[in-house]
Design a protein around this ligand. Sequence first.
Ligand code: GDG
Length: 480
Amino acid sequence: MKSTRSADLVIVANRLPVDRVKAADGTLSWRRSPGGLVSALEPVMRQNDGAWIGWPGTEGDGDDAPFVEDGLTLVPVSLTTQEIEEFYEGFSNGSLWPLYHDVVAKPEFHREWWESYVTVNRRFAERAAGIAAENATVWVQDYQMQLVPQMLREMRPDLRIGFYLHIPFPPGELFQQVPWRRQILEGLLGADLVGFQLPGAAQNFVRLVRQRVGHKTHRDLVYLPDGRTVQAAAFPISIDTEGFVELARSESVANRAAQIRAALGDPSLMLLGIDRLDYTKGIYPRLRAYSELVTEGHFDVRDAVFVQVATPSRERVEQYRVLRDDIDRLVGRINGDLGRIGRPAISYLHSSFPRHEMAALYRAADIMVVTPYRDGMNLVAKEYVACRYDNDGALVLSEFAGAAEELRQAWLVNPYDIDGMKAAILAASRADQREVTRRMKAMRKTVMEHDVAGWAAAFLEALAAARPAHDKQLRPSRRS
Ligand code: GDG
């Protein structure tokens, strides 16, 4: 168990990498929720007396004592029912999320949501201040925690603080809508290094700081009146590539992929979409584009099927309920109009699956269709590429996903352009094997060379370099 002020590396994220689960008899236990972030950070956390601070995902029972799970020190921060509504569903997912994604949905701003955001951010900052060792490194994650860097710096000026935003950072014209825009910018400026997915986001941030806060800037640096400098830079995130390749190569995944094709009636073409059910992901226009291709006779439901997995997400937020109804209705109409007995045009699954099943779906699909209106990166696209170790399979990818900057050989589309999407899906389905292989090979090279461990190492190295005045360096942990 971690004593106070003893962790040399502290991760602050909205969620812990475990879920608190309650058994029927009321006993509480923890279930690991594996994700790319935790697998990337695990080795460096183990080597540096790391601690992870986060919300366990359910209403608090007041017991926020740190505990060790599978060798990792985890520090739960409970949220009340009201905070879940106001901080999490409200300001984080009802204000910031739509605003940072090009206002794809209308952001709502409520003063009590903001107040809750401030309160919760302060609670996280206090926990970090309490557990971080002298001169330790604290790495704050994502849009729910943007005030933590400044709050933490005030409490603990000795710390080296990094911040990483997983979602896009909008241009000034949109960011300006936030009634508390200055507080957010100042919150982020508490960090020594602010990381983004893409260089454009870092530039948006620096420009806003210059215009809105009035600090001097030069290229990717912000000069603060107290003499500190803050660096803003891009660190495109990736996946546990080797983990996915290994999984995809396993016999059980190959068998499961074959079973999936058989269960679909052995179609000659299987298209696949996998997304959290989120209005930013462009599920609606994608399914419309496909249904028009079927209507126009380019695909026949006896021979082709679109499998759409929509993982339940943020179900208590109104906009997500509306989206679910919209998609349900669209799929019902398409299948009602175009399906045959035992042959729906769209095989729609509103559920989440284990990683093994995801890998089998990636292995089974001929064309992966990823069409967000806006996406920080989109890991699904990279996971698909990683699983295609045979260099087969086509990727149709939105220009507005961060991943499009790296996966240039995908069939790139504008999700607002239904005809353009139809043309791309058709082109991908008609491409000859050599073309498909050439594109996939090039994309695989990118994903193999840039994995999530490399991403974490690059960020932490830049953070270490950002403040040479600090003497305590983390022990690096690049996986071989
Ligand atoms: C945010 C940014 C950025 C999905 N369904 C299941 C499942 N997943 C996994 C996928 C993938 C992850 O969830 C989703 O990541 P994405 O990147 O696609 O999208 P967001 O959730 O919106 O993530 C995004 C990311 O942060 C990282 O910085 O790329 O832009 O929006 O890994 O595989 N996993 C399992 N079952 C499911 O049903 N096991």
